[in-house]
Ligand binder design. Structure first.
Ligand SMILES: C[S@@+](CC[C@H](N)C(=O)[O-])C[C@H]1O[C@@H](n2cnc3c(N)ncnc32)[C@H](O)[C@@H]1O
Length: 268
């Protein structure tokens, strides 16, 4: 498959993203638990977002330095404002798709790599950023066949949104995410001495089906917010809500089962 070049997306809204902070942190906690502390070591957190979890990672790993990398100015501003004076932690603007590092003890990426294509080369680059005994840990969503994801693309293909998007619907990020067994193979081929790869379904009890709309507005719908006018984005969300409630039923509470892949590896 020919890799697609993807321009990092602006339009991230830290407040919207943090609305489900408790649910979103569950896979982070599980991924972090797979990592061994690196006392006095160097850590990078790719796609660090608001930096809340970067700081926790830094402290738990007992690292000397942790650099949070993100391409969103809004997310970085929030990270800098809330955590800019945390000793050992810094935040920089960068694109995961071109990021390079060296001599690191841990390269960590929670819920960010699916925004970038070509995971084969991405993982190889992340591996070369590690020093001896370094660890690689990432978590990617694998929920792209759930109606919450499928319906966004359906609406994007309807008028007037399709025309407003210049007949170029945002990339289906599900095409970027590989299967757990392929990640396991890749890590092995890259020389992982030990690895853990697993698929997990996180069950979230949301107050109602409509909350799914709020959830995806913090992530999946970000490219639509960027590319549509505020009025059209509002209309897009309304149409999406209508189809979603039709498909899932208007339930209170609503159980949102969310598949994710967690990968951890250590290299010589
Ligand atoms: C779903 S948030 C996850 C944030 C954080 N890791 C967490 O677990 O709370 C995804 C983050 O990845 C960032 N991101 C998306 N594409 C990126 C890219 N190409 N380069 C750097 N950051 C990117 C977004 O700006 C966003 O802050």
């Amino acid at each position: 498959m020919v890799p697609v070049t993807v321009t990092p997306i602006e339009g991230w809204n830290p407040d919207q993203y943090e609305r489900f902070a408790a649910e979103r942190r569950q896979p982070f906690d599980d991924l972090r638990a797979l990592c061994a502390p690196v006392p006095g070591g160097k850590v990078v957190d790719l796609g660090c977002g608001t930096g809340n979890l970067t700081v926790e990672l830094h402290q738990d790993m007992q690292a000397a330095t942790t650099v949070g990398v993100d391409s969103s100015e809004a997310m970085l501003e929030r990270a800098q404002a809330d955590h800019g004076d945390e000793p050992g932690v810094s935040f920089v603007c960068g694109d995961i798709a071109t990021w390079l590092g060296e001599g690191l003890d841990l390269v960590f990426a929670n819920a960010s790599l699916h925004w970038v294509d070509d995971h084969l080369n991405l993982l190889a680059r992340m591996r070369t950023a590690l020093g001896t005994g370094g660890q690689l840990a990432f978590q990617v969503p694998a929920n792209f066949r759930h109606p919450s994801h499928v319906l966004a693309r359906q609406v994007a293909n309807e008028a007037p949104f399709f025309e407003a998007l210049d007949e170029d619907v945002p990339q289906d990020r599900g095409r970027f995410v590989l299967s757990p067994e392929i990640y396991a193979d890749l890590l092995y081929e890259l020389g992982a001495r030990k690895q853990v790869v697993r698929m997990e379904v996180y069950g979230h009890e949301l107050s109602s089906t409509a909350d799914v709309v709020e959830w995806v507005m913090g992530t999946l719908l970000t490219p639509y917010r960027t590319r549509l006018s505020p009025e059209l984005f509002g209309a897009f969300v309304e149409r999406y809500r209508e189809l979603l409630l039709e498909e899932l039923g208007d339930r209170e509470p609503y159980f949102y089962g969310f598949r994710r892949i967690l990968c951890w590896a250590r290299f010589n």
